[in-house]
Design a protein around this ligand. Sequence first.
Ligand SMILES: Nc1ncnc2c1ncn2[C@@H]1O[C@H](COP(=O)(O)OP(=O)(O)OP(=O)(O)O)[C@@H](O)[C@H]1O
Ligand SMILES: [Mg+2]
Length: 233
Amino acid sequence: MVESLKKKLSSRFPLIVNLSHQKGGVGKSTLAYNITHAFSTLGFKVRLLDIDAQNTCGGLNSLREKPFTSIEKVVDNKRLVEIINNSSTDGSEILIIDTAGCDSDLSRLAIMGADINITPISDKVTELLAILQKYSKILEEIDANTDLSISSYVLLNRVHPFSKHFEHIEEMIESTPQMTILKSIVRERAIYDKSLIEGRTVFEANELEGHEVAMDEILSICYELIEIHINKE
Ligand SMILES: Nc1ncnc2c1ncn2[C@@H]1O[C@H](COP(=O)(O)OP(=O)(O)OP(=O)(O)O)[C@@H](O)[C@H]1O
Ligand SMILES: [Mg+2]
């Protein structure tokens, strides 16, 4: 199954995935860092563009004994546009973008340039409101000012390990124009934070509780992204 997905995706390179939300602390960097490593363990050539001035992913990488070579800091609009534009001819396979938790021209460029935008939220009502009332307006504004069709996939992150029913959230997201909910869900697990202490991903923290399930959660996102991209018009 993995091999056939990989083969199908190779005809649709590059895949540009942007982790984006104007709200801070929702898990963009943690997920971007782990998703990047997951794609590389699957055998893809993947680059992580850290466009957040906080430099979270770059900072995590500097904690590593052996830093990843795939993480690149991007601070200006021109450079981001250049990388995105060149990605269709320079042999890029997968680009992951980690955006700052605020609305800016740079983060809007990333939203416009991505094939898939992911917006992480928890299953808390206040977080749901933040995307329904604010983030959706950002998407609408970009959509109205460009001829691009702008959308985002909402990813439930930090969901309580025992929570089961998300129908009310799914309904609200699906009734919001330009938003769809991902089937993959990431639960609240200490490993997501603890593994970062030494700049590791959950794939490397095999001594920590939840290693296997956390890897499965991140890989499930990767497979879902591949499916979405290969099924796009
Ligand atoms: N599924 C999870 N389970 C447990 N902790 C998590 C999970 N996802 C993220 N975290 C923790 O939540 C905190 C905030 O995450 P992160 O820095 O990735 O958010 P962010 O959206 O990138 O924030 P910012 O907008 O400030 O860049 C971190 O301590 C991270 O380890
Ligand atoms: Mg961040």
